[in-house]
Design a protein around this ligand. Sequence first.
Ligand code: UDX
Ligand code: UDX
Length: 482
Amino acid sequence: MRIAVVGSGYVGLVSAACLAEIGHDVISVDADVQKIADLKRGEVPIHEQLLPQLLQRHRGNRLTFSSSVSTAVAESEAVFITVGTPQDDSGEPDLSYVESVASEIASALTAPKLIVEKSTVPVCTCESIRKVLLLHGADPSHFSVASNPEFLREGTAVTDFLYPDRIVMGVDDDFSAAMLYGIYRPLTEGTYYREEGAIPCPGLQPEGARVIVTNAKSAELIKHASNAFLAMKISYINMVANIAETVGADIDQVCAGLGADPRIGPQFLKAGIGYGGSCFPKDVSAFHSVATQCGIDFPLLAEVTRINLAQRRSFVKKVRTALWTLRGKRLGVLGLAFKGGTDDVRESPAIAIIQELLKEGASVCAYDPAAMLKARDVLPPGSIDYAENEYQAAAQRDALLLLTDWERFAQLDLPKLHKAMKLPIIIDGRNLFSPSQMAAAGFLYYSMGRALQITESMPSLWHGIHFSPQAITMQPTRASTA
Ligand code: UDX
Ligand code: UDX
């Protein structure tokens, strides 16, 4: 099928590349002419594993790029809207980009086409898009509008798209249903997975992707409710972690117990400095304003956001406690992106925490495997130092903060790190190590929801010093148990 995808951001570009991968002829459209020129030249504007391969594989044949919405729509049978729906100052989603794209689409509707809303939008947006199309002169027999929310996560976006937990088709007529079934058939019938050269997904060889057909409003609600629920789960476990830390329990053990209950499930129970990114923060607040507009009081969502922001503050407090004062302290930071596997720093807890530490007079030298270029937009050089690698960021530092869950950080050479640092103090906002491992390596290791461990092999000076309100457990050094 000939498909136009309007908006070549994280969701749009991955969707366009994956739709080409499963056999469609796709035009990826963006208003940012520089981005389109870069994409045509072979550049990849975002850090996302497998995306460069897909763009390489399909660029110029099944996948082309344009900055003209009307041309792309005229040449296509279906049009996906994946433009940004950022939060405005009042916390409401700004739908003006969706509206402007819809008005551009209207003028190019010369035959029946399917318009697919894929950006995350409040319930009833489908109706607003239909109204805009009619207002801009579109013939009602020339379009159907459907909702097909995207659930991909940054960092695993390509396999999330190709191996979805479910494909939600929010359709209000048969034409929309038939078109969406046609578009996703290679995944729903599993033919794509049996193709030679298909992108594999470790541990997964599905027969076919699961489809959930609903009306458009239900599909829109599924997306907001899903993101808000996941964000709530994270805020919940962070509160439990705060209790665990205070009483000397261990959040890892607690999560193992909680997650073993299939009604709860082990996923999204990772305690830390809270969630960030372009989705959860804005979708929780957008869903809250949807409830308010419906005259429904939904304070739980406000609490999810409040807990999330408080988690950042309590981490700064943890740093202050570990170092006593912050003014003049030289801190190393590993991680700037809102999560591992992406270069995206939008609503990144790491950035917010660094900004708070700078306000308190500390200096920061940071390293991130992918996000340093984008971080410079919010933390210009001079406000912090940017290191070339993890050890340089830690060199001669009073403490090292771990703020993003990049896998490679958990593989660090601890003796080398210990030698590089001025003080062996690590404050881990993502629980990348185990307290016993770090104590054995001679670090004062603060983490989320777990007790600080002191081993007998540590300088006796440290024994009995009250390092923090965090519970402390004395661990015999390995040697002494011999
Ligand atoms: C977007 C939405 O923000 C999010 O709510 C939804 O869940 C998925 O799509 P993302 O892909 O991360 O998320 O957005 P972003 O990376 O900002 O990309 C949006 C793209 O749309 C940008 O490249 C922007 O240039 C483009 N755009 C925006 C247009 O092409 N036309 C417009 O009118 C507005
Ligand atoms: C999210 C949703 O997962 C995805 O379905 C939707 O389409 C877009 O929004 P994304 O924001 O890319 O995806 O990342 P995700 O992996 O969900 O992480 C979101 C934030 O929550 C990150 O800051 C991450 O560090 C944090 N997180 C996630 C936790 O703190 N603990 C967890 O257990 C999981």
